[in-house]
Structures are given as C-alpha cells and as structure tokens.
Design a protein around this ligand. Structure first.
Ligand code: TYD
Ligand code: MG
Length: 458
C-alpha cells in the first residue's frame, strides 16, 4: 500500500512543507511546523472512476430561495439582507468577544421560523442552557447538541434543520485525519465537509471561529477563501460596543457593519451608533474633533482625540488606538514637510473614542485637525465635523458620499463642516461649509484661533 504522504504544516500561516524546519519560510514564525498526514484523495480517485460533468447555461437558473431574516436588523444588514439558504457564514473574533452569545440569540430567533440546530463543541449543554436563560430565550425551539465529531454532525443534520450553528470550528475534527482538532488541516477538512453538505442540501451553516494569536491553533483566516461570507466580531476590551463587520460576502456588500452593545442580557442592537459614540465629548478641549465617516452603507460620526507631549525618550512614542499607525506617521510627515510643524521630539497619542476601528482615508483630515489643534494649543469648534483625504503634497482630496456624511452630521446638530474643496459645484445649505484645498489652510486656521484656556501646559 502506498504510504500516506507526510507534510509539515505551519500552524500560523498554513503553508505546507515536505521537510521539518524550526522556522516557517513563509511567515517567519518559529516552531510552528507540525507533522500532518493526509489521505491523498488525488492518488486514490483517478479518472477511471470519474464521470462526465453536466454543463448548463447561465440563464436557466431556478428562482432563488427567499432569504431568511433573523429580525436582528444589524445582523441581517451585515449579511446583505438575511441568510441565504445553502450558504456558509464564518463568524470570527477574539475569544470572549461574544460570538457564542450572538449566535445563540440568532439561533433562538431563527428557530421560531425554521428548524435550527446549535451545535456546541466548547461548552456543555447545561452551560448553553444557562446562557439561554440569561438571554431569556430558553423557550425557543432550538435543537441543541454538544459534539465535536463532524461525521456525527452531518449525519444528524440530515434530519432536517435548515440552519445550523457550529461553535466552534477549532473544536471539530474529521476522523480521516490524524491531526489534532484545531490544527490547520483539521480546521480546513472540517470546514470543507460542512461546506459540501451545505451546498448539497441547501442548509445554511454558520461556522464560529476564534481568531488566535500566533500559536498552535489555526484561525479563521485559513477558511476565508472557502466560505461564502466572512463576518468579524470586533470590539475593544473594556468597551461595551461590539462591531460585526462583513469582510467578504458573495451575496451582499462588504464593509458593512452592525453595532451591538453587550449588556447583562446579551447583545442589544444599536440602531443609531453616532449618538452612541459621541455623548462623552467635552467642550473646548484641545486635540479633539469629530470625523464624519461611512461604514458600509451607513454614516457614522466618531470623535478623534490626540495628545502631543514633550518626550523623555530617545525615540518618542507614537501610540495609536483605532487607526493605522503607518497613516499617522504619514500625516505627521506631511505636517512637518508642508506646514513646518515638527513633532520629532514629542510623544504623539491618537485615539478613536469608543473603541471603533477606522480604516477610511477620509479620516486623514480629522486626524490632521486633531493633531494641529494639539500642536497649536487651541480647541476646534465644538459643532464642526471634518472629512477629507490628505495627499503627500498636503493637498486635500475629495472623497465619496459627502452628502450622506453631512446629512448625518446635520441630524445630530452639527453646524459647520470642514470639507475638501469641491471640484464641481456642491452645496449643502443646512450647514456652513469650509472648503479646504491644502492642509496649510487648516494649520493657519488653528494658529489664528485664540489659545485654549484648558490647554496642556497653560
Ligand atoms: P461569549 O459569547 O462566550 O464569547 P465567545 O463565544 O466569542 O468566546 O461571550 C462571553 C463574554 O460575554 C463574557 O465575558 C461574558 C459576556 N456576557 C455578557 O456580558 N452578557 C451576557 O448576557 C452574556 C451571555 C455574556
Ligand atoms: Mg464561544
């Protein structure tokens, strides 16, 4: 009998090698290669057993099955308008962020409409029941099971659930593989079996996966290409807000977010997140300004704060929470080169208040405004919002969806907007618009303002 081939698989990045080494050549992590034996299906199934596949045209599709709405609006929107029958969703996130809680809430609501199974490989049935009691969903007809064996799960799913939650993929295993549960090959093989089943029988499967720090357990990243939809559940530790973000969706838009608040009775939807991220603003403080952003299809206002202090370190600190640190360095470099503002011997701290993470380049202008306000020791108008992309020559570039951002700001009582100088006629009479073509204009504006009474060092 042919020997099963042995691979050494990196548990951090999933790369496969024929020889063991102390360091993965691809991701450079140490001691991450683990021996795994796979049943090589290619060798076994040759073309002798193969059958001809049927080709069909693009046109003759049967009408799609209606999407299944959960009634949790934030969740439905992130999925692109409800769950698609036969699709596979991956819900990833740090351990303890609330994935199991959200999935149990979703399962409880769905089970009112269709048969829904919740399979836990991590918690005992009683633990799940306790949680259900806390979430006040004990009476919903969810089919609960605890197992870690994919074979058993697939056999049981034949009995008819239309939706199944698998919590979590890192605890599941298929018998054909020698590797331990949680290793890259087990995670991949288990997910592969589940996906095949979902497509064949039109069952929606929601796979929960922990994002892991580099270590011996494979994270959801290795599954992203296999599933239809990837949602990440994020949030800062110590904050109550949780953001469900779609990063891949074959049936809807990506970059859509749903905002939840973790309470003692589970996750509550937050339908007006701007109002939630802003209420703690204090007036007349330096280094604070409001950015009007867009997350997915929704405008979202957040406060950006910065603090610049004299550094006692040889290499001054650049600490960023909720934004890209590379981008902060870029803005600081632009301020230095184009406005002559030097921060080389100062510590710079930047924070997106509320625990949100922003990735839009449109936040550049708000970050620059916040830094300029700190540097010039002057506060920015409390009723103003900022958006615009900053280029390397200091020019402020127009961005998309300006009107949606302004409307949201107006709705929340803001009266002034610092915006990129429009290239074509643009008007929004409800607010005072201050168009900026270059970052130096903003620097001059801050310099000209009276110094803040509460400023640092005053
Ligand atoms: P959990 O859903 O178990 O996280 P995950 O499945 O992502 O690992 O969430 C656990 C955390 O949520 C835990 O720290 C307790 C908290 N929590 C609440 O604050 N309120 C609740 O109603 C529930 C069920 C959990
Ligand atoms: Mg869990």
């Amino acid at each position: 009998m042919a020997k099963s081939p042995i691979h050494y698989v990196c548990q951090v990045c999933g790369s496969c090698f024929s020889k063991w080494a102390g360091k993965c050549e691809d991701c450079q992590s140490w001691n991450s290669l683990i021996e795994e034996t796979t049943v090589d299906s290619f060798q076994k199934k040759t073309t002798e057993k193969a059958q001809k596949i049927e080709f069909s045209s693009l046109e003759d599709v049967s009408p799609p099955l209606p999407r299944l709405l959960t009634g949790i609006e934030e969740f439905d929107r992130v999925c692109g308008g409800g769950l698609v029958p036969g699709s596979v969703l991956l819900v990833g996130g740090d351990p303890g962020i609330g994935k199991s809680t959200l999935m149990l809430q979703v399962a409880a609501i769905i089970s009112q409409k269709v048969l829904c199974a919740y399979i836990s490989g991590e918690e005992a049935a009683d633990q799940v029941r306790l949680r259900a009691k806390r979430l006040q969903v004990s009476s919903s007809p969810v089919h609960l099971a605890t197992t870690t064996h994919i074979g058993d799960i697939l056999k049981s799913l034949h009995q008819g659930p239309r939706v199944a939650v698998i919590d979590s993929i890192q605890t599941m295993y298929v018998e054909a593989l020698d590797a331990a549960p949680g290793s890259v090959s087990q995670v991949r093989a288990s997910a592969h079996e589940l996906i095949r089943f979902a497509k064949k029988y039109d069952v929606t499967i929601i796979i929960v996966g922990h994002v892991t720090k580099e270590g011996l357990i494979a994270g959801p990243r290795v599954l992203e290409h296999m599933v239809d939809t990837v949602l990440y559940f994020e949030g800062e530790r110590g904050h109550h807000f949780r953001i469900l973000r779609s990063v891949k969706n074959r049936f809807g838009p990506t970059d859509e977010i749903g905002v939840f608040e973790m309470t003692d009775k589970g996750l509550q939807e937050v339908s007006n997140p701007s109002a939630l991220f802003l209420p703690h603003r204090t007036e007349d403080v330096t280094g604070s300004c409001v950015f009007a952003g867009i997350e997915g299809t929704r405008p979202l206002l957040v406060e950006i704060q910065s603090l610049i202090t004299t550094s006692s370190l040889a290499t001054p600190r650049r600490a960023v929470v909720g934004w890209d640190s590379g981008r902060l360095s870029m803005i600081l470099a632009v301020l230095e080169a184009r406005c002559g503002l030097v921060c080389g011997n100062r510590d710079v701290f930047l924070n997106v208040a509320g625990g949100l993470r922003i990735s839009e380049p449109a936040a550049d202008l708000a970050v620059a405004a916040s830094l300029l306000s700190s540097l010039a020791n002057t506060s920015l108008p409390n009723d103003a919002i900022f958006f615009g992309e900053v280029g390397l020559s200091g020019e402020i570039r127009p961005i998309s969806q300006q009107e949606a951002r302004l409307k949201e700001a107006f709705k929340l009582g803001f009266k002034t907007a610092f915006i990129p100088k429009p290239t074509k006629p643009f008007n929004f009479p409800e607010m005072a618009l201050i168009p900026l073509a270059h970052i130096a204009e903003l620097a001059n504006y801050c310099e000209a303002k009276p110094k803040s009474r509460r400023a640092y060092g005053a």
